[in-house]
Write a protein that binds this ligand. Structure first.
Ligand SMILES: O=C(O)c1ccccc1NCC(=O)[C@H](O)[C@H](O)COP(=O)(O)O
Length: 258
């Protein structure tokens, strides 16, 4: 599944490249207003922090929510106390787009993550040109040289890479490239199975100075509290927020560890 998602996202990016040359997107990326310091916004604190996701559908769950106005949803996330907003820009399985990212960026003041299946520098330039402050890099989908060069490019453009892992080996690869914001995704990207204990089993493998992000498998406040007990600085939540009342759910989740 991950290979298919990576291949589809690459094909779509190459399609966009045919209509909007790399030089144009690179210039737009350089000219964009500076990125917000997401590492500071997500730094460890007394309370757990939440990255709230704009997620219409997914391969594992199908349709989740229509979300006709992603900017409005993102504003509610900000109002509810989210520290950053994740926008799924993949179109085939998640129903997202760069237009969603741009609308969200224009509506809020907290950092915005481009969550996609990134394998090309062009996608990183697109992210910055569309106003992203963070870019997701999935270790399992990239060889080490590509992971390292994309990570460097994200940093060069003033953004923060969120480096996603699923195992001790992948955490070591994230550590080797100097990643400072590292996620463990509870969702197995091949089988879609969720393992909420994976994060806790890997907590002591994070580099000492890394911000620890627990991704997926949060449906209730108790799930946030469990991740916090396991050492999460940040949790990334999609489904629970797009299928419920976003402000009330965020307040409940943030209250879970207060
Ligand atoms: O959500 C999926 O089905 C999925 C399948 C394959 C690759 C990625 C997938 N999701 C991306 C994410 O990592 C989640 O959207 C994110 O962590 C939020 O998860 P959740 O709170 O469980 O919706």
């Amino acid at each position: 599944m991950l290979a298919d998602l990576m291949a589809g996202a690459k094909e779509d990016a190459l399609g966009r490249l045919a209509g909007r040359p790399a030089a144009v997107v690179e210039a737009a990326a350089v000219d964009a207003p500076p990125a917000i310091d997401a590492l500071a916004a997500l730094a460890p604190a007394d309370q757990v922090k939440i990255i709230a996701e704009v997620k219409r559908s997914s391969p594992s769950r199908g349709a989740l929510a229509d979300i006709p106005d992603p900017a409005l949803l993102a504003s509610l996330y900000e109002q509810g106390g989210a520290s950053a907003v994740s926008v799924l820009t993949e179109g085939r399985k998640f129903g997202g787009s760069l237009q969603d990212l741009e609308a969200v960026r224009a509506a809020i003041r907290i950092p915005v993550l481009r969550k996609d299946f990134i394998s090309l520098p062009y996608q990183v330039f697109e992210a910055r040109a569309s106003g992203a402050d963070l870019v997701l890099l999935i270790v399992a989908g990239l060889d080490q040289a590509t992971l390292s060069s994309l990570h460097e490019l994200v940093v060069q453009l003033g953004m923060t890479p969120l480096v996603e892992t699923h195992s001790a080996d992948e955490l070591a690869r994230a550590s080797d490239i100097g990643a400072r914001l590292i996620g463990v995704n509870a969702r197995n990207l091949s089988t879609f199975e969720l393992d909420q204990h994976l994060f806790g089993s890997l907590t002591d493998r994070f580099p000492a100075d890394a911000v620890k992000v627990a991704e997926s498998a949060v449906l209730r406040a108790a799930d946030v509290a469990a991740y916090r007990r396991d050492g999460a600085d940040v949790v990334l939540v999609g489904e629970a927020l797009v299928t419920g009342d976003p402000v009330a759910t965020l307040e409940q989740f943030l209250g879970a560890t207060a």
